[in-house]
Design a protein around this ligand. Structure first.
Ligand code: AMP
Length: 192
């Protein structure tokens, strides 16, 4: 599958281990080399800032999508090819989803989790069929995946819904997954 725009959801924190920045850096390099544009939250902090900087340094294109309330100097990046300002956070998230042909989550906090779970929820309801990847730097998301297993074991979601998302250990693996992606055929969400 040819991906033109990839949405990257990731941390806005600067106070995290270097390993997370390294993966964000590699992802930016690989995206630029493959001519995949970055769609992201437009922040200059944390992994968002890192991935955008790497894409730009390698002659790729970045599209920041920022809600009006977060258009703050020192918060919003100034290096983007395109900066889209939205009236609010809901519009911003919808815009990112519409622009992107795939989604990847790097390590992050509540904002990242919310974004990843939103695209998973929309996919399980059939609103889209786009690829969703967790880049599991240093096993960061292992506790979340254990929670997902608990969800399947307790029948809060069907086991086949593991196909909603792919777990990758490296950015290269993630790009390979996107290239070969075909939407899964999932059973109806409802347990009847
Ligand atoms: P968190 O994981 O809580 O650090 O939140 C990061 C995620 O929330 C990113 O993927 C962004 O899309 C969004 N986000 C957080 N801070 C900002 C910001 N200052 N500007 C735009 N988006 C942000």
């Amino acid at each position: 599958m040819k991906i033109n725009n990839l949405a990257v959801y990731c941390s806005s924190s600067d106070q995290i281990d270097q390993a997370y920045f390294d993966d964000a850096d590699v992802l930016g390099v690989v995206m630029a080399n493959k001519n995949i544009n970055l769609v992201y939250g437009g922040g200059m902090r944390g992994l968002m800032g890192q991935v955008a900087q790497s894409v730009k340094q390698n002659h790729g294109k970045t599209i920041g999508v920022v809600p009006e309330a977060l258009r703050i100097e020192g918060v919003v990046n100034t290096i983007d090819d395109e900066l889209i300002i939205t009236p609010d956070m809901h519009t911003r998230k919808a815009k990112m989803i519409a622009l992107a042909e795939g989604f990847i989550g790097l390590a992050g906090g509540f904002g990242t989790l919310e974004e990843m779970l939103e695209v998973m929820t929309l996919k399980q309801l059939g609103y889209h069929e786009k690829p969703i990847i967790f880049l599991n730097t240093a096993g960061y998301y292992n506790h979340l995946f254990a929670m997902f297993e608990h969800i399947y074991a307790e029948n809060f979601a069907k086991e086949e819904y593991r196909q909603l998302y792919q777990v990758c250990d490296t950015a290269e693996q993630a790009i390979d997954y996107l290239t070969g992606y075909k939407p899964p055929s999932l059973p109806a969400k409802w347990f009847v």
